[in-house]
Design a protein around this ligand. Structure first.
Ligand code: CP
Length: 362
């Protein structure tokens, strides 16, 4: 059963097909209005959401299907200690496809391994958020026409910003992209994401703390919220939360056709006065998210109908003698899960947790 836990679960060809389907849905909504009649989407949201959950639900209704689900863990048997694996097996008896958000990194991966229906990761901790990336890609395609040849600035919380991680991973499969990472030192992009950026194919990578210095160079400015819920030290959050506040004055030197993206919700990192600027595309991004989720639901249900086989286990060497020390990893709360690390760099003796991607030396 094909699931989408990481944006890399979709090939470039599959992403192109999803973009084409989404554009066709925009042009011909009536053609899709009954296409999922009799199908059920289960939205399993163990963590708060406005856009992702409601856009999944709107997407399924606009395809003619139905929705079951929950919007917090407290009303489910997870509060009695039911595991993610058991939850996935149970929901497979009721629904045709799952969209899951969970605070623990790797939870949707565990669900996908145990469900007999497709699972879509709707955000897991600070790890992945592939359907936000699909929304981002459709917005870039509609606004800029292409993915290659762009200078893309990411600004704010690049450490915990899962939407940033997933979009960088997706863009790395194109070419000639200049990444400009703008953050305080404490919120820099994690090494495991930075290491994915190719050394050739026209990619460049710059880190800075100074948004205004790089503003004139950018084709895309992707703003992010400093994520209070990921901090263990509240004082550090309070010190960093207002590091970057985009306002009309700071946009004076920006290109006339630069686009401003933000996965939302915003707190105060983009002032409301920016909303009137034609370069502000973050509400278009919200709308595009619904179309891409419609396209993805359709694709995964069609693949399941066609009996498309589960993606094969990644080949490689696996190690079982280590404990993941990421406090946000699903293995920290689901003790029965077997700890598994995949060797990613034998020469440097580095392996990576298969659930949350945390690296370890062995
Ligand atoms: N962008 C995003 O994931 O928003 P929600 O948290 O509201 O779903």
């Amino acid at each position: 059963m094909k699931s989408v836990v990481d944006i890399l679960d979709l090939s470039v060809k599959e992403i192109d097909e999803l973009l084409d389907t989404a554009l066709d849905i925009i042009d011909h909504p009536a053609k899709y209005a009954e296409i999922c009649r009799g199908k059920k989407l289960a939205t399993l949201f163990f963590e708060p959401s406005t856009r992702t959950r409601l856009s999944f639900e709107a997407a399924m209704y606009e395809l003619g299907g139905n929705v079951i689900g929950f919007s917090s863990a407290s009303s489910t048997s997870a509060s009695k200690g039911e595991s993610v694996a058991d939850t996935a097996k149970v929901i497979s008896c009721y629904a045709d496809i799952i969209a899951m958000r969970h605070p623990k990194e790797g939870a949707p991966f565990v669900a996908a391994k145990n469900a007999s229906i497709p699972v879509i990761n709707a955000g897991d901790g600070g790890h992945h958020h592939p359907t936000q990336t699909l929304a981002d890609l459709l917005t870039i395609k509609r606004e800029k026409g292409q993915f290659s040849g762009l200078t893309v600035g990411f600004c704010g919380d690049l450490k915990f910003g899962r939407t940033v991680h997933s979009l960088i991973t997706a863009l790395c499969r194109y070419e000639n992209i200049n990444f400009v990472m703008i953050s305080p030192d404490e919120l820099k992009l994690p090494g495991y994401v930075k290491n994915e950026i190719p050394q050739g194919r026209g990619f460049t990578y710059t880190e800075t703390t100074d948004l205004e210095a790089v503003m004139p160079t950018l084709d895309i400015l992707y703003m992010t919220r400093v994520q209070q819920e990921r901090f263990t030290d509240i004082d550090e959050y309070l010190r960093l939360r207002d590091a970057y506040i985009l306002n009309p004055e700071k946009l004076v030197t920006a290109k006339k056709d630069m686009i401003i993206l933000h996965p939302l919700p915003r707190v105060n990192e983009i002032s409301v006065a920016v909303d009137a600027d034609p370069r502000a595309c973050y509400f278009k991004q919200v709308q595009n998210g619904k179309y891409m989720r419609m396209a993805l639901i359709l694709k995964l249900l069609n693949d399941a109908k066609g009996g498309k086989a589960e993606d094969k286990e990644q080949e490689g060497t696996y190690l079982y003698d280590f404990k993941c020390d990421n406090p946000r990893c699903i293995t920290t709360t689901e003790q029965e899960l077997r700890q598994v690390f995949r060797v990613v760099s034998p020469e440097n003796r580095i392996c990576r947790c298969i659930y949350c991607d945390t690296k370890k030396r062995y």
